[in-house]
Design a protein around this ligand. Structure first.
Ligand code: DHE
Length: 514
């Protein structure tokens, strides 16, 4: 048992511990970061994943918590000596970091239902394109909700700690879910049956589905890889190491599908690059370099990257922790956690503008709408209380809308004049603001349940209703009329987080996440 006493120095109570660091880690950290430091709800804590975090900063994170994550501060329960010991511990290499290659991935695959056994028409009467996939993080379940009647149709146990948006096949029939511990799961929304699962990594970021419906890409924190799966049966197709040409490896920030380009785009936490990987069968070859014959002093031939998924690399001057695309998927707006942000053009393969964004913009949850005859992008900030609205031609910030605290998720729909944003952190976490997209002013502030976090909005396919999560074990989905902004219905759920409308996602609606 851990030995913890409080030394009283005047009015100050200082926790002092004599427990071995392994025991301290097991007691306070293992639940989120994994018993072996390989990650869980929290990221893997290994030296190769902490390259960008100085030891002093790691000490502050353990003591005070990490902004915009679920990491709370431990200064009340851990002594200075414990904190220092933990820092040393997490920067100590593991004797053996498990790999996760093609064979491991293939061996992990579970087939629940053969594709050939699935019904060939929907087995329910709901509109298959107006279903919602709702992730209930409280008890690791998923509810499939009828988006017309707002009634749950199917509830099933998911993998532990799903994270990131649900992704659909292009026809909306199948939903793919990713968990932080690397599982990719496929479900049939016609027959409400699980299809297959596979573990694509040990500690995963997110997944993307190609526009031809043939491929799934998964970006990992551990190992430093990108995994490509056949979407049909989740068999692994290729594992690509996330490395620059100098051999520096990296965690993957995220991977996204870019429909007009028929390619996947990836950004990285530890190398300053974006990669574009095409799945277009007619894609031009990507020349990676020359084979140099040193004895003869000559170039012998050209190396090309293997297609599909040949990597086109774009060099950056910042790390991209978070990024967002314009409607055409030509420009990438990217930001690093330390506040540097810029726009990169995927065709010119260079920076085209800086961005004037401070306070940790959460670009991944940005949305686009028309304002004053051109497109604007709006993003909440994870620090401070602001929504930035950016002109997508000049890349200037045209408005900073003051909010009641840092927001996490933002949503709208082309059929509504309003954009919704939550106040995720701080004393006003129970509030959501409704912004008029025509005036860029907050027109209403809604409190779905006083004292409980209200967050993450998604619209029905026609944009007439907005669904909000009450992020609590004793929580609910609250349905609002998107025009009157009045509550219509409340559906009890266990800490619902994200919800994803099939139609809005497969049409890449400008008001939703992609
Ligand atoms: Fe997320 C999406 C990264 C913390 C809930 N989050 C994403 C995506 C990325 C990301 C890159 C887009 C992936 C996609 O949809 O394909 N999230 C990060 C972080 O870097 C961060 C700040 C730290 C971390 O722990 O990784 C982080 N995220 C959280 C949380 O603490 C949240 C609130 C609770 C949780 O479940 O972990 C959380 N993130 C979500 C949700 C989405 C998401 C619900 C999907 C949003 C959507 O509408 O698509």
């Amino acid at each position: 048992m851990r030995f913890l006493v409080f030394l009283f120095l005047g009015l100050w109570a200082v926790p002092v511990s004599a427990a071995p660091v392994g025991a301290v880690y097991t007691k306070h950290c293992a639940e989120c970061h994994g018993a072996e430091r390989l990650g869980g709800i929290g990221p893997a804590l290994l030296p190769q994943n902490l390259k960008r975090l100085k030891k002093k900063a790691a000490t502050a994170v353990i003591r005070d918590g990490r902004e915009a994550t679920q990491m709370l501060g431990f200064s009340e329960v851990l002594s200075e000596a414990d904190v220092e010991a933990l820092v040393a511990y997490i920067y100590t290499p593991l004797d053996n970091v498990p790999g996760w290659g093609m064979d491991d991935i293939a061996a992990s695959r579970i087939v629940h239902t053969e594709m050939s056994e699935l019904a060939d028409a929907p087995q329910h009467n709901a509109d298959p394109l107006n279903l919602f996939t709702v992730v209930e993080t409280g008890d690791h379940h998923v509810t499939i909700l009828d988006g017309d009647k707002f009634e749950p149709l199917w509830r099933f146990k998911s993998r532990f700690a799903l994270h990131g948006g649900a992704k659909y096949s292009p026809d909306g029939r199948f939903v793919y879910l990713g968990s932080r511990d690397g599982w990719v799961s496929k479900y049939d929304l016609w027959s409400f049956k699980p299809v297959a699962e596979v573990r694509a990594g040990i500690n995963m970021r997110n997944i993307a589905v190609s526009s031809d419906g043939k491929w799934i890409m998964a970006g990992n924190y551990l190992p430093h890889t990108i995994t490509i799966l056949n979407a049909h049966d989740l068999t692994p197709f290729r594992v690509i190491e996330a490395k620059d040409k100098q051999g520096n490896s990296s965690r993957v920030s995220a991977v996204y599908n870019a429909p007009p380009r028929k390619s996947f785009i990836a950004a990285f936490k530890d190398i300053k690059q974006i990669w574009e990987m095409s799945y277009d069968p007619d894609a031009a070859p990507v020349y990676e370099g020359f084979v140099h014959n040193y004895r003869e002093g000559q170039e012998e031939g050209i190396i090309t990257e293997p297609q599909p998924f040949a990597r086109k690399r774009i060099k950056l001057d910042v790390y991209l922790d978070d990024f967002f695309f314009d409607s055409e998927y030509t420009d990438v707006m990217g930001a690093s956690r330390d506040g540097k942000s810029a726009v990169y053009n995927l065709d010119a393969r260079r920076k085209v503008s800086d961005l004037d964004l401070d306070g940790m913009p959460h670009l991944g949850s940005g949305i686009i709408w028309d304002y004053g005859g051109r497109e604007v992008m709006a993003t909440p900030h994870l620090r401070g209380g602001t929504i930035s609205v950016i002109d997508m031609e000049s890349w200037k910030t045209i408005k900073r809308i003051k909010t009641m605290g840092p927001g996490f998720f933002m949503r709208s729909h082309d059929n509504t004049p309003y954009a919704w944003v939550d106040v995720f952190f701080g004393p006003n976490k129970d509030k959501l603001h409704v912004i008029d997209k025509r005036t860029l002013e907050i027109v209403k502030t809604i409190t779905p349940e006083p004292g409980k976090t209200g967050a993450h909005v998604e619209f029905t396919r026609d944009g007439k209703y907005a669904l909000v999560s009450i992020w609590d074990m004793d929580g609910a989905l609250v349905v609002y009329d998107a025009a009157t902004l009045e509550e219509v219905k409340r559906i009890p759920m266990k800490k619902p987080s994200g919800k994803y409308n099939v139609f809005n996602k497969i049409t890449y609606s400008r008001g939703t996440s992609h």
